[in-house]
Design a protein around this ligand. Structure first.
Ligand code: 5GP
Length: 193
C-alpha cells in the first residue's frame, strides 16, 4: 500500500451512495505534510511533461492544487462555481453536475488566465463519474490550451469516470484507486497499481 492508501484505510469513512469521507485529512481538515507527499508524487509522475499552469475546481481542489503547484513552480487557476450569468465573452463556461450535491453548477474561468500557449495539469481530489473533469477539459479546449495531464488524489475505480477519461486518451494518474468499498463493513479495497 502506498502512503495515501494507508491513510485512506486508517481515516477514510465509507458512506452510503458510494461516498468516501476524507474530512479529517483532505476535504475539511487538511494534512499539509500529506499534501506535500502528494505534490512530490505528482511531480515524479509528470516529470517529463511541460506544464506551465495547474487548473482545479473550487472548493476542495484548491488546497491540494496549491501545494502541488509548489513542486511544479507554476500558478494555479481554479474554476469558480457561479450562479450569475456569464458576461458574454469574458469567461469560459462549463456545466458540471456535482456528484456529492446532486445539482448542476456553472463553472467559469476568466479568459485572462487561460490561453492557447498554456500547457495545463488538471488536479482534483476525487474522480467519480468524470463530470468535473469533463467540464475542466472543455474549458481548456475553449481556451485553445493543451491538457498535458490529469492528477487525481482518489479515483473510485468502480465508477465510470476513470475509464471514460482514459479512453479519451488523456494521461490520467490517480494516486489511489478504490476498486470496491462497503458502507456496512467499512471495508475498502484498492486496485493494484
Ligand atoms: P465526478 O464529477 O467525477 O462525478 O465527481 C468528482 C467531484 O465530486 C470531485 O470534485 C469531488 O469534489 C466530488 N466527489 C465525488 N465522489 C466523492 C466522494 O466519494 N467523496 C468526496 N468527499 N467527494 C467526492
Amino acid at each position: 500500500m502506498n502512503f495515501l492508501e494507508e491513510r485512506i484505510q486508517k481515516d477514510g469513512i465509507v458512506k452510503e451512495e458510494n461516498v468516501l469521507k476524507v474530512d479529517s485529512f483532505l476535504n475539511h481538515q487538511m494534512d499539509i505534510s500529506l499534501f506535500r507527499q502528494i505534490g512530490e508524487e505528482f511531480k515524479r509522475r509528470f516529470a517529463d511533461v511541460p506544464i506551465n499552469k495547474i487548473l482545479t475546481i473550487e472548493a476542495s481542489g484548491i488546497g491540494i492544487a496549491c501545494i502541488v503547484a509548489e513542486y511544479f513552480d507554476v500558478p494555479v487557476v481554479f474554476a469558480k462555481k457561479s450562479k450569475s450569468i456569464n458576461i458574454e465573452g469574458e469567461m469560459y463556461v462549463a456545466e458540471i453536475e456535482s456528484f456529492t450535491h446532486k445539482c448542476k453548477n456553472q463553472v467559469i474561468v476568466s479568459r485572462k488566465f487561460l490561453n492557447p500557449e498554456d500547457h495545463v495539469l488538471i488536479i482534483d481530489d476525487f474522480l467519480a463519474n468524470g463530470c468535473a473533469l469533463q467540464g475542466l477539459i472543455s474549458i481548456i479546449g475553449q481556451a485553445g490550451a493543451t491538457v498535458e495531464g490529469i492528477g487525481i488524489v482518489i479515483e473510485k475505480g468502480f465508477q465510470s469516470g476513470g475509464r471514460i477519461i482514459r479512453n479519451l486518451g488523456y494521461h490520467l494518474e490517480s494516486l489511489a484507486i478504490i476498486e470496491d468499498m462497503n458502507a456496512d463493513t467499512g471495508k475498502i479495497v484498492f486496485r493494484e497499481q
